[in-house]
Design a protein around this ligand. Structure first.
Ligand code: NDP
Length: 312
């Protein structure tokens, strides 16, 4: 079985930053990119708040740069999805694509988070036929059409802005009477003529013969003026947050009630001495590219210290 000193799972800002630090510390890291090489940022448009890019940078471009930087210092970046993980101090057994097994002395988990869905049967019924959780991936298919975005956070606002550049009209369904997004994002959607914000609205169903032709909405849930009605739309975009990709590790690691990996204080240390967690999979609070990158750095430093202290 192949043995590696430092195995990194996931290729977002946390994984690549861990790889850069681990490679420069001569840990000969191997990084498996996972289901979405480059992670969630490859599905975002412009990153405007990462220090060092005064003009902003596209998510895909930044991730490609991080990948190149990791490779430059000797990281072995591989295609492959981790399908099983037996986390054991100093000798975790990680299975790739259901076949290959790798023994890892230290493991850095940076598997990120995935988009949440509302849980409506219609989301499954119209999957790939008008339902999407990635505006930048699928927005192109809705040029000059009408769509509805669900959510009131930064992602929802960013998605609504992105779609407004392609679509004829964008509804933004917000379940509360206010947005949770940052003030700058709020003012952008408020000032966009193509976006109509539907406060206190929930999408409760979809209809259409061959794909989505409209959405059923519930307005003012639980109030005397509660009302149900439908609007014609060609697509539904979910932007209601994410859940951490920690399922593979739940047998071994302490998770919080939402499934985030619990780490020790402000360190990336998990309950297994040789296993570290970085980025969104362990961060219910900040979930930013810059904080993910920082925690990847910490994880690599901890892995290096661990190897030295244990004489491994
Ligand atoms: P958030 O958790 O911030 O927001 C989720 C939104 O979805 C909330 O408005 C929430 O409503 C709503 N929601 C959740 N569940 C449901 C449901 N079942 N039905 C209807 N609405 C629902 O997630 P985001 O993905 O927007 O952002 C995550 C983090 O990433 C944040 O820290 C954000 O600031 C950051 N981010 C930053 C960006 C940037 O700076 N450019 C871009 C994108 C994200 P409610 O408010 O009622 O709970």
């Amino acid at each position: 079985m192949e043995k590696v000193r430092c195995l990194i799972i996931g290729s977002g800002p946390a994984g690549y930053t861990a790889a850069i630090y681990a490679a420069r510390a001569n840990l000969s890291p191997v990084l498996y990119e996972g289901v979405l090489p480059g992670g969630q940022l490859t599905t975002t448009t412009e990153i405007e708040n990462f220090p060092g890019y005064p003009e902003g940078i596209s998510g895909a471009e930044m991730m490609e740069d991080l990948r190149k930087q990791a490779i430059r210092f000797g990281t072995d970046v591989r295609f492959g999805i981790v399908t099983k993980a037996e986390l054991i101090p100093n000798k975790s057994i990680i299975t790739i694509d259901g076949e290959k097994e790798v023994e890892a002395t230290t493991v850095i988990i940076s598997t990120g988070a995935s988009a949440k869905y509302l849980g409506l049967p219609d989301e499954a019924k119209y999957a790939g036929m008008g339902v999407s959780a990635c505006a930048t991936c699928d927005g192109f298919f809705y040029r000059n059409k009408e769509v509805i975005v669900v959510g009131g956070g930064d992602t929802a606002c960013e998605d609504a802005m992105y779609l407004s550049r392609l679509c004829k009209k964008v509804y933004l369904a917000v379940r509360k009477d206010k947005l949770r997004a940052s003030k700058v994002m709020q003012s952008r959607v408020f000032n966009n003529d193509k976006i109509e914000i539907l406060f206190k609205h929930e999408v409760i169903g979809l209809f259409g013969e061959n794909g989505v032709e409209g959405a059923n909405l519930l307005k003012n849930r639980g109030e005397v003026n509660q009302e149900e009605y439908s609007i014609p739309v060609d697509g539904l975009f979910l932007a209601i947050g994410h859940h951490p990709n920690s399922d593979l590790f739940k047998e071994y690691l302490n998770l919080d009630e939402q499934g985030y990996i619990v780490t020790l204080g402000c360190t990336p240390q998990t309950n297994i001495s040789s296993v570290f967690a970085a980025g969104d999979v362990a961060d219910p609070r900040y979930r930013q590219a810059i904080t993910a990158a920082a925690s990847g750095c910490k994880a690599a430093i901890e892995a290096e210290r661990y190897l030295i202290e244990e004489g491994l």
